[in-house]
Design a binder for this molecule. Structure first.
Ligand code: ATP
Ligand code: MG
Length: 601
């Protein structure tokens, strides 16, 4: 069986096409931008366990998910990008949990993210075996000290306006903001008040610590952004130790700096945050809290994939409202969903390479992702026959030709045509009765029809040539059985195989040895190519036919199929043995994708 198809291919990849990030990294490596990095030791030395100076020129990237949901195909782009760049330039990529929002985060999500990144084929180990797995919450002490430092420098103040006042006084695009009445408090007063926030003396929302920058800045993100808020909530990592939590925009640059990230790569929404990122790190470096050179932020455009939603919140809505069966429903664009659907890490990596990295707004056609899967599985997934819409066919001259109605003819077909190595062929038997596909019989053949109709001959794939003689119907006129005769001495692979010419070979499964299987036919989850764009309500765009469950027959070789094994069922496409529900006695196959593109217009 093809259980090894999950392993990312180890054959060397052809040279990667360049992109703006590769150009920046190559220029930095050539200029030795990071080679002078001094590993400070002390609080700033989160990423490196040693002390002193390290004269290496390696790049460090990071993938910083918030553990508030399962990762999706958009995150896969970010993972392949960050871990891929580190791999290609002999650097390191950190996995860091941006866990600054205690209410929404959960250990379940942490575990699923670790699993997803590993499954995609990436790790976070240094060359010397050090594990670069971090939590923003491990830096809360340092972040607190950095906040007090800003207060001491007159660069931050505790604002006690109501949230409504703060919003109104922020101004907007064409209107500058208004200074808060709390903006000119003394350092001593700010320090005292901030410590009261820390000590639990203030209620949620009663005060925030704000950076003191410029309320008239054309960039709204620079109008005294909030950097700490009061939140009396238990944290999945720090428990009840804190009741104030840093804002993402404050925490993120600090995390990057403490881990000596060289290239902090994020999606374009963060472009307007870059001035604050630099403002904060410039001040912390001047104060000696972090080391030079500082990390730099670079933005790229997020993945938009047709027929897919990549908002964690909306995906969670689908799960919470039982619109899908869970985060790993095979229709979900989550990494666990794609995995259960039958996608391979190699196909997802190939997809991420092909879509490339730019700053352009674009939609990627879903067929590109499916194409990568077909390309990966074409040479790996073992072939098998399946009958999805079964109709019984009886070979009425069976006993005449073979001496007994019970006789079974041994047949075989290659597990993988054109395989490099020799594989055990698939073995199955042909007997008096077989299952054929209902659409392979027509009492009155349409023009050009080459399959079974009275008087026509076809080959049962891997078996004999048969000639159709008619059919049996029920009281309502529905065909319940096709009748045919077997043409002796025409067995596939024997010298007589070509003695009778036929125009079609049809797929079939023997009634005697075929296995019944549950087959889940998945289709796109939404009927609209952009279900989440332009103010559309994605809940009104659900495809009612996104899942059809049928009872099918599959050839007996499938009795050995293990969960996660992938197959190409001839004529129907690629299928995977469901990783949750498949057992050898109750086989369950999910359709991954058809053999041909059915998505692009
Ligand atoms: P949230 O709405 O919860 O913030 P998020 O998708 O931004 O959702 P994060 O956990 O913050 O979730 O994302 C981790 C990283 O993945 C970020 O660096 C983010 O830029 C990146 N990312 C998220 N969605 C996409 C996408 N569609 N394409 C590329 N990168 C993405
Ligand atoms: Mg985010």
């Amino acid at each position: 069986m093809s259980s090894s198809v999950d392993a990312p291919s180890s054959t060397p990849e052809p040279a990667k096409p360049s992109n703006f990030l590769r150009q920046i990294i190559e220029a930095d490596l050539a200029a030795g931008t990071h080679a002078q990095r001094r590993w400070g030791g002390g609080p700033g030395d989160a990423a490196h366990h040693g002390q002193g100076q390290v004269d290496e020129a390696r790049i460090r990237t990071r993938f910083p998910p918030e553990p508030n949901g399962y990762l999706h195909v958009g995150h896969a782009k970010s993972i392949c990008l960050n871990f891929g760049l580190a791999r290609d330039y002999a650097g390191v990529c950190h996995l860091r949990f941006d866990d600054t929002n205690p209410e929404k985060e959960d250990q379940e999500y942490v575990d699923s993210i670790i699993d997803a990144v590993h499954w995609l084929g990436f790790g976070w180990q240094d060359a010397d075996g050090h594990e670069n797995l971090y939590y923003a919450s491990n830096y809360f002490d340092f972040m607190y000290r950095a906040a007090e430092y800003l207060i001491e420098q007159g660069l931050a103040y505790v604002d006690e306006q109501t949230p409504e006042e703060m919003r109104a006084n922020r101004g907007d695009f064409g209107r500058p903001g208004v200074n808060s009445p709390f903006r000119d408090r003394s350092v001593a007063e700010n320090l005292a008040r901030f410590r009261e926030m820390r000590d639990g003396k203030l209620a949620d929302g009663a005060a925030v610590l704000r950076a003191r920058i410029d309320m008239a800045s054309p960039n709204i993100n620079m109008r005294d952004p909030a950097i700490y808020r009061v939140r009396h909530a238990e944290h999945h990592n720090t428990g009840n130790q804190w009741c104030i939590y840093p804002m993402y925009t404050f925490a993120h640059p600090i995390e990057d700096a403490l881990e000596h990230i060289t290239h902090s790569i994020c999606t374009l929404e963060f472009e307007d945050q870059r001035p604050f990122y630099d403002w904060l790190l410039d001040h912390l470096r001047e104060g000696g809290l972090i080391a030079a050179p500082q990390p730099r932020q670079y933005e790229f455009s997020r993945l938009n994939l047709t027929y897919v939603i990549t908002s964690k919140r909306k995906l969670k809505h689908l799960v919470d409202n039982a619109i899908v069966s869970g985060w790993d429903d095979p229709r979900m664009p989550t990494i666990v969903g794609l995995r259960r659907r039958g996608y391979t890490p190699a196909a997802i990596q190939m997809f991420c390479e092909r879509i490339g990295v730019t700053k352009d707004y674009a939609w990627i056609d879903y067929s590109l992702l499916e194409g990568c899967l077909r390309e990966d599985l074409e040479a790996k997934a073992h072939r098998a026959m399946m009958v999805l819409d079964p109709l019984k066919l009886e070979l009425s001259n069976w006993a005449e030709v073979f001496g007994s109605d019970q006789h079974l003819e041994a047949c075989e077909l290659p597990a993988l045509p054109h395989a490099a190595e020799e594989l055990t062929p698939r073995r199955f038997t042909l007997g008096r009765e077989v299952w054929i596909e209902r659409e392979d019989f027509a009492e009155v053949p349409p023009k050009g029809y080459k399959r079974l109709f009275p008087g026509n001959k076809v080959r049962l794939k891997g078996g004999y040539v048969i000639e159709c003689t008619g059919c049996e119907k029920d009281a309502d006129g529905h065909v319940v059985k096709v009748l045919a005769t077997v043409v002796p001495d025409t067995k596939s692979g024997t010298s007589g195989a070509d003695s009778v010419k036929v125009k079609a070979a049809i797929t079939w499964v023997g009634v005697a040895d075929g296995l019944q299987a549950e087959v889940r036919l998945y289709d796109r989850l939404f009927t609209d190519a952009q279900p989440d764009a332009g103010g559309k309500d994605f809940l009104t765009l659900l495809n009612p036919d996104s899942l059809k469950v049928v009872t099918a027959y599959v050839e007996p070789s499938l009795a050995q199929a293990q969960a996660d094994d992938k197959f190409q069922f001839e004529r129907f496409g690629y299928f995977v043995a469901d990783r949750k529900d498949h057992t050898p006695t109750k086989p369950v196959f999910n359709r991954i994708t058809g053999l041909k593109d059915s998505w692009s217009k």
